[in-house]
Design a protein around this ligand. Sequence first.
Ligand code: FE2
Ligand code: FE2
Length: 187
Amino acid sequence: MRKDILKNLQQEIYDRCQKETNKFGMGCYYHIVAVVKNAEILAEEYGADKEIVMIAAWLHDIASITEYSLYELHHIHGAEMAYSILKEYGYEDKKILLVQKCIKNHRGSISLEKNSIEELCVADADAISHFDSLPSLLYLAYVQRGMGIEDGKEFVKNKLIRSFQKLSARSKKHYQNKFEKTMEVLG
Ligand SMILES: [Fe+2]
Ligand SMILES: [Fe+2]
């Protein structure tokens, strides 16, 4: 495991999130941290290559946090940016390619016939990460969008339901309990 790369990436992402050019604010950093955490759990669970999955998780939204105009196609731009960053760390081309695939496909629906288990881990970790950032979602609803109690509750619940539906069948099973508990808390 290239611990040095993971450590450097964490710092790199933290620094980019703090810059004024990051229009998504620091919430984005906590989102990425949650994705890395869940990606590691899923990689362990599914026997995926943990190093590839964790590096891709750190980098999956790098284009959006670096330049707002790249948001629309951030999966494509992110894969390109990942190449130059990882190349600088002396990471092998063959592995960079696997990381790039995870970044390119983190937004779409993943099927195991077409995609690798590593791609599935990153896409599912991204979808489930909302469940680890409830305070940010509530803040978005009640403060940033100024919603009332009921509207805000429905907004957050719908967002969570949509995220859960994006998960692969096996990850739905894995996170079923977390999903139910979170829904119960929101009432
Ligand atoms: Fe993304
Ligand atoms: Fe993301």
